[in-house]
Design a protein around this ligand. Structure first.
Ligand code: 5GP
Ligand code: ZN
Length: 121
């Protein structure tokens, strides 16, 4: 855990609430550590969020102890893309902080696909 990072599951974190089943979501994939569900405001025909069930505030809050989990997160993104039939390609994105336009402070990987995506940035 990086200094200042919180490992708690905050009562009011929307993704923690989705993980706990307190808020509804359209689940697409799950294992013991990770949940994938459809983004409520899809930016592409396929837009899935892949989140660790453990609360990690964002990429900047991850530490070496999360190395395996971060690998699992990427591989879960790959599995979701396969399951969603994104055989022409897809994009995996993690937004961090203000400049990264992160709006939910619970680490998540966006899986985007289903059309030719725009340029980065
Ligand atoms: P960020 O901007 O932090 O990288 O991405 C947060 C994403 O979460 C946004 O794409 C937003 O549409 C999505 N989102 C926010 N609130 C909810 C919610 O309650 N349910 C679901 N499924 N997605 C949400
Ligand atoms: Zn959370």
């Amino acid at each position: 855990m990086r200094e200042g990072a919180s490992n708690l599951m905050p009562a009011d974190c929307i993704f923690c609430r989705i993980v706990r089943g307190e808020l509804p979501s359209q689940k697409v994939w799950e294992n013991d550590e990770i949940l994938a569900f459809r983004d409520i405001h899809p930016a592409a025909p396929v837009h899935v969020l892949v989140v660790p069930k453990e609360h990690i505030a964002g990429m900047a809050a991850a530490g070496n102890e999360h190395a395996a989990l971060l690998g699992e997160l990427l591989l879960a993104g790959q599995k979701v893309a396969e399951q969603e039939g994104l055989d022409e390609g897809y994009r995996l994105v993690i937004n961090q902080g203000n400049h990264g336009r992160q709006t939910v402070a619970h680490l998540h990987l966006h899986v985007l696909g289903g059309r030719l995506l725009g340029a980065m940035g």
